[in-house]
Design a protein around this ligand. Structure first.
Ligand SMILES: [Zn+2]
Length: 200
């Protein structure tokens, strides 16, 4: 059985059954990896406190027979999370950003540039719009050269993370009347968009 080591950030954590959990990591070496964590939900699980979303961790994984990765252990850099957790607004912002990274990535597609960007965003506490723009840029959707998928307007405000397309303010409105608004990520403030239109 092969063992793997990597630095990673926890993207998400979910219950699998009464005792086990699934941890979504973005790792330096392998890109996104979803690993099963046995006994995670037991009160005394020693790994559990290290596996909150946004934690930077050093992880050890094995590839088990069922094709799953299994987490053997995780050690977190607690200082980083302490800083974010101290501020509720900052925590919520970072959770939204990490959720976007989870939505925009697929398993086993390592991308060192994206890994660097994730570290920058979390450690430097970047503004939310800046964070989305950076993530989109390294994912091949550069907002600077974007145009609305419906009307070609260059003043884009939103990115649809399901259809992977940009939308202007007007063309994003229909989505807000439906459940589809959860697919839209606001990528600029109204102010910066106004400035951008002044330059053109
Ligand atoms: Zn439009």
């Amino acid at each position: 059985m092969l063992e793997y080591y990597s630095e990673a950030i926890v993207l998400n954590k979910e219950a699998l059954n009464d005792t086990d959990g699934l941890i979504y990591f973005y790792t330096e070496q392998f890109g996104k990896v979803i690993a099963k964590a046995k006994g995670l939900r037991r009160i005394l699980s020693k790994s559990n406190p290290h596996l909150e979303p946004l934690s930077f961790v050093k992880i050890r994984l094995i590839n088990n027979k069922n094709g799953y990765f299994q987490l053997i252990d995780a050690l977190s850099d607690k200082e980083n999370l302490k800083k974010i957790k101290g501020n509720q607004e900052s925590l919520i912002k970072h959770l939204r950003i990490i959720n976007f990274i989870d939505d925009m990535t697929f398993e086993f597609q390592p991308d060192l540039l994206l890994w660097q960007v994730i570290k920058e965003i979390i450690k430097r506490d970047l503004d939310e719009f800046q964070a989305y723009q950076l993530i989109l840029k390294v994912s091949g959707f550069n907002p600077e050269f974007s145009q609305c998928a419906v009307c070609s307007n260059k003043n884009t405000f939103y990115f649809n993370k399901v259809d992977n397309e940009f939308l202007c303010l007007k063309c994003s409105l229909p989505a807000f009347k439906t459940a589809k608004n959860a697919d839209l990520i606001k990528i600029r403030s109204s102010q910066s968009n106004f400035e951008r239109s002044q330059k053109i």
